[in-house]
Design a protein around this ligand. Structure first.
Ligand code: PLZ
Length: 453
């Protein structure tokens, strides 16, 4: 007689999961509460958790927790799983690669996957000039490397970042990031030669046009730093953590033109906006922006840690051999995942899907704005949409309402994230594989909890 070894009964993730919000316990359920107590005892407090459910499986547009609750995913792990969690093509690329080899360190002995990801990035990022790419592990690490490269190329030191910017949590990127709590407070001293310039923030800028806002920033840069000292300007085409701020038209092109005219490297941080998220493969495309360097991460590899700097060959090649790298950068498994992920964006119509998600979300949220004056603005592009919550008479940010709404949505089984310098923005970043039904249900829940908050 043979005994059968029972395989895991755990449900598989991916698009096959039941695509319907279903709550079978309170949120968080008892098993999650138990695990959260272990987390509190074992994990450093600084590593916070916004919604303490613990995940069993995820895919399509849902997350299944260990208590059996199915929640609507309007966060994608902060804009990462654009192709969906456990997307079958990505899973199979990863499995194939794992069985071949898991690591060599690309700077010791190379492999094709790394080269292929670089080729894809060079081909797909805006601009038809000659490009090179270098791969890293996280968004912050890639941002740091973009600054290193720009400094080496220009022989200059100063870097300009903007109000409301978010570029990471490492030492240099903390300096670039604008917001003190929770990202910087108590963690200084910060890297020197980082300067801040005013952004274009249409909802709070009055009638300032994009070119006028650019002029305001440029004047400050020229007066306070001097173009000849400036290595790079770094900006997110749409501010992410800072509040999904879409600058007024003309702001970004004017900054890019000024940078080019002054020998300053223009760096587009597309870590959050990249890879179909905004209804274009890269958000720079909405204004025909061709940066000198473009930083990507998050959506690049279906959830595996991978990031990249892509840019003009003469700038990227300025750093000497051995000046760029790291043990894990461009890990073969992450590269295999990236190749499958990037092909999925292109072949599965996910750019168009992001445009469709914009139409669905904006339709529902604009209707909600008409009903509720506390929604000051609905904004964003593609599957990167947000509402800014305010005190209607004064437009003062309402962070307390924002926290209540997010918590109430979580309790109803909808994963939403907050953001914004003033903590008063609720953002929607669904996987591009989410169904219209789940989107409508998610916003219906939002309508309900907003009415009671
Ligand atoms: N640049 C534009 O959005 C990461 C961070 C959330 P890493 N954003 C989410 C948090 O609380 O840490 C981000 C970004 C932009 C850079 C980064 C940094 O990317 O992969 O988190 O290092």
């Amino acid at each position: 007689m043979t005994t059968t070894v029972s395989t895991s009964q755990a449900p598989q993730g991916g698009p096959g999961l039941l695509q319907k919000r279903t709550l079978v316990t309170q949120i968080p359920g008892p098993r999650s509460v138990e695990l959260h107590a272990r987390k509190t005892a074992a994990v450093a407090r600084g590593v916070g958790v916004s919604l303490p459910i613990y995940v069993q499986a995820a895919g399509g547009g849902v997350v299944l927790d260990i208590d059996g609750n199915t929640l609507i995913d309007l966060g994608s792990g902060i804009a990462v799983t654009g192709v969906g969690n456990a997307a079958p093509a990505v899973v199979s690329a990863i499995v194939d690669q794992v069985a071949q080899f898991t690591h060599t360190c690309f700077t010791i002995t190379g492999y094709e996957g790394y080269v292929e990801v670089a080729e894809l990035l060079n081909e797909l990022t805006p601009g038809d000039h000659e490009k090179r790419s270098a791969l890293f592990n996280s968004g912050a690490e890639a941002v740091e490397n973009a600054i290193k490269i720009a400094r080496h190329y220009t022989g200059r030191q100063a870097v300009v970042a903007f109000d409301h910017a978010y570029h990471g949590r490492t030492n240099l990127t903390m300096a670039l990031t604008a917001k003190s709590m929770p990202y910087k407070s108590g963690f200084g001293p910060f890297a020197p030669e980082v300067y801040r310039a005013p952004l274009s923030y249409p909802y709070r800028d009055g009638d300032l046009s994009g070119p006028e806002a650019a002029r305001r920033a440029i004047t400050q840069i020229e007066k306070q730093i001097g173009a000849s000292n400036l290595a790079a300007v770094i900006i997110e085409p749409i501010q992410g953590e800072g509040g999904f701020i879409v600058p007024a038209p003309g702001f970004l092109p004017a900054l890019a033109d000024w940078s080019r005219a002054n020998g300053v490297v223009f760096i587009a941080d597309e870590v959050q906006t990249g890879f179909a998220r905004t209804g274009a493969l890269f958000a720079s495309e909405h204004e025909g922006l061709v940066g000198d360097l473009l930083v990507t991460a998050k959506g690049i590899a279906g959830g595996l840690p991978l990031s990249a700097v892509t840019g003009r060959a003469e700038i990227m090649d300025a750093a000497h051999v051995g000046g760029l790298g790291g043990t894990y950068g461009g890990n073969p498994i992450a590269c295999a995942a990236a190749i499958a992920t990037i092909h999925s964006y292109l072949d599965d119509g996910l750019v168009e899907r992001a445009q469709h998600i914009e139409a669905v979300l904006c339709h529902d949220l604009d209707a909600l704005k008409h009903e509720d004056a506390r929604i000051g603005e609905v904004r964003g592009r593609g599957a990167m949409i947000a509402i800014e919550l305010v005190h209607p008479e004064t437009r003062e940010p309402d962070a307390a309402l924002t926290s209540r709404v997010a918590a109430a949505a979580h309790a109803e089984g909808v994963i939403v994230l907050t953001c914004g310098t003033f903590g008063n923005v609720i953002r929607f970043l669904p996987p591009l594989t989410i169904s219209d039904e789940l989107l409508h249900d998610g916003i219906a829940v939002l309508r309900k909890v907003l009415a009671h908050s």
